[in-house]
Design a protein around this ligand. Structure first.
Ligand code: FAD
Length: 399
C-alpha cells in the first residue's frame, strides 16, 4: 500500500492535517490504532483558543463548533479567604475561548474527512517508521487481528501522541529531549453535572489545587491535586465532592452542583519536547512533538496549529516542488511550543506551591511555606496589576 503522505493517528493533529491535505489535492492516508468508536468518545480537551477557531474556520472545519460550542472569557481565582475574576475578552488582545469537547471536534473532523473521500484505516497500529532518512520511508503496521502490513510513502506525519510509533522510531542521539516532571499530580474528573460557576475556576488552597471547567450544560470537568501515586479509583465520589467543595470554598461562594463521576484519570503534570521536529521525511506533530501539562489548556490548540503549518509545507513540497516551508517547519513550531511551555509552567507555579529544592516539603500540598507566600504574591499581582492581567490574557488565550 502507498500514499504520498502517511499520517499516523486520528487525533486533532492527524485529522486536521488529513483534511487540509485532501482539500489541497495531496494524496494521503490516516492510520489509527484505535477503533472509530474509541476515537470519537475519548473526552480530553475542551478549551479552544481564538486562533484555533480561526484556523478551523479558514478551512471550513468549524461548523459544529460554531453551532454547539460556547464562547467563554471569564476565569475566577479562589483562595481560602477571597476570590477575583478576570474577563479576558476585555484584556490583552481581547480574545476568548470556545468551549467545545475534543471528542466532538474529532467527530466533526472525521466526518468531514470521510465525506470528502479521505482514506483512513482504523485498528491499524503503526509499529515502526523506517528509512525516513531518505525519500521513500515506510511504516510497518499491524491490524486488530495481529496481521502485519507495510505502507510506502514520500512523507510520514507522526501525529500519534507521546507514546506513538513516530517518536519510538527515532534513533537515540538523533533528538534532544527536554523533559520536566513538575512534581504535581491531578485527578481529572468528568462529572455528569451542570457547571457550578459561570467561569473557569482555579482554587489555590493549602490542601492543594482544585479546578472547575465547563464542558457542556450537562457535563463539567473538575481537577483535584492529589499525592503522586494516587490510583484513579482511590477516592470515593463522596470524598471527591467534599474535597472539591472545601477547596473551591463552596461554603462562602455557593454550593457545587454534584452528580455522578463518569470518568477519572490521574495526570502527572509533565512537559516533554523533542528537537528537532523533522527527521528527513518524518515529521512530529501535536503531542508527539511536545507534551504540555494541561494546566494552561494548550495541547489541542498547538496540535491544530502545527497541523496547519505542516499541511502548508507538504502541499508546497508535493504540489509546487518548493521545499522551503517544510525546511522551516521545525523551527517555526518549536517557537510556539516553547512559548506555550513557558506560560504553562508559569500557570503551574501560580496554582501549586513549588516543592523546596532539597526536599523540605512541609506545606499541606507538598510545597514549601516560602514558595507558598510567593504564590500568593503572584496571585495578588494578577489581581491588582492591569499590566499583569493583559500579559495573562494574551498568553492564556493566545499562542
Ligand atoms: P492525540 O489526541 O493523543 O491523538 C493521537 C492518536 O494517535 C490517537 O487517536 C491514538 O489512538 C493514535 N495512536 C497512538 N499510537 C498509535 C500508533 N502506534 N499507530 C497509529 N495510531 C496511534 N488541550 C487543550 O488545548 N485544551 C484543553 O482544555 C485540554 N485539556 C486536556 C485535559 C486532559 C485531561 C488531557 C489528558 C489533555 C488535555 N489537553 C487539552 C491536551 C489535548 O487533549 C492533547 O494535546 C491533544 O489530544 C493532542 O492531539 P494529538 O492529535 O497530537 O494527539
Amino acid at each position: 500500500d502507498s500514499a504520498d503522505v502517511v499520517i499516523l493517528g486520528a487525533g486533532p493533529a492527524g485529522l486536521v492535517l488529513g483534511n487540509l491535505l485532501r482539500a489541497a489535492g495531496v494524496d494521503c492516508v490516516i492510520l489509527e490504532r484505535a477503533a472509530r468508536e474509541h476515537v470519537q468518545t475519548r473526552a480530553r480537551a475542551g478549551y479552544l483558543a481564538q486562533h484555533t477557531v480561526s484556523i478551523l474556520e479558514r478551512h471550513g472545519l468549524a461548523e459544529g463548533l460554531r453551532r454547539r460550542g460556547q464562547e467563554h472569557a471569564v476565569c475566577e481565582f479562589r483562595t481560602e479567604d477571597d476570590r477575583f475574576r478576570l474577563d479576558y475578552s476585555l484584556l490583552g488582545k481581547g480574545e476568548q475561548h470556545w468551549v467545545y469537547p475534543q471528542q466532538e471536534l474529532v467527530t466533526d473532523l472525521l466526518n468531514r474527512y470521510l465525506t470528502a473521500g479521505g482514506r483512513i484505516c482504523f485498528q491499524t497500529g503503526a509499529e515502526a517508521v523506517r528509512d525516513f532518512g531518505g525519500t521513500r520511508p515506510t511504516v510497518d503496521v499491524r491490524d486488530a487481528d495481529g496481521r502485519p502490513g507495510r505502507w510506502h510513502a514520500r512523507y510520514v506525519a507522526g501525529c500519534d501522541g507521546r507514546h506513538g510509533a513516530a517518536r519510538r522510531s527515532l534513533p537515540a542521539g538523533a533528538v534532544r529531549r527536554y523533559h520536566r516532571d513538575h512534581a504535581v499530580t491531578w485527578l481529572g474528573l468528568l462529572a455528569q453535572a451542570p457547571p457550578s460557576l459561570d467561569a473557569v475556576g482555579y482554587a489555590v488552597h493549602p490542601r492543594g489545587f482544585a479546578g472547575h471547567m465547563a464542558r457542556s450544560p450537562e457535563v463539567t470537568r473538575y481537577y483535584l491535586q492529589v499525592p503522586r501515586g494516587t490510583a484513579p479509583g482511590a477516592w470515593s465520589g463522596e470524598r471527591i465532592w467534599d474535597e472539591l467543595a472545601l477547596r473551591l470554598g463552596a461554603a462562602a461562594h455557593g454550593p457545587l452542583r454534584s452528580g455522578p463521576i463518569v470518568q477519572r484519570a490521574v495526570v502527572d503534570l509533565e512537559s516533554d519536547v523533542l528537537e528537532p521536529l523533522r527527521h528527513g521525511s518524518l515529521f512530529l506533530v501535536g503531542d508527539a512533538a511536545g507534551l504540555i501539562s494541561p494546566s494552561a489548556a494548550k495541547g489541542a490548540n498547538l496540535a491544530v496549529l502545527e497541523a496547519e503549518i505542516l499541511a502548508d509545507g507538504l502541499t508546497a513540497a508535493l504540489r509546487h516542488s518548493d521545499p522551503g516551508p517544510l525546511d522551516r517547519y521545525s523551527a517555526q513550531c518549536l517557537a510556539y511550543i516553547w512559548r506555550a511551555q513557558e506560560f504553562s509552567h508559569w500557570m503551574i507555579r501560580l496554582l501549586h506551591a513549588e516543592p523546596e529544592a532539597g526536599g523540605a516539603q512541609d506545606g499541606a500540598d507538598g510545597g514549601s511555606p516560602f514558595q507558598d507566600r510567593l504564590r500568593h504574591s503572584r496571585l495578588q499581582a494578577l489581581r491588582s496589576s492591569r499590566t499583569q492581567q493583559d500579559w495573562f490574557a494574551e498568553n492564556y488565550v493566545g499562542l
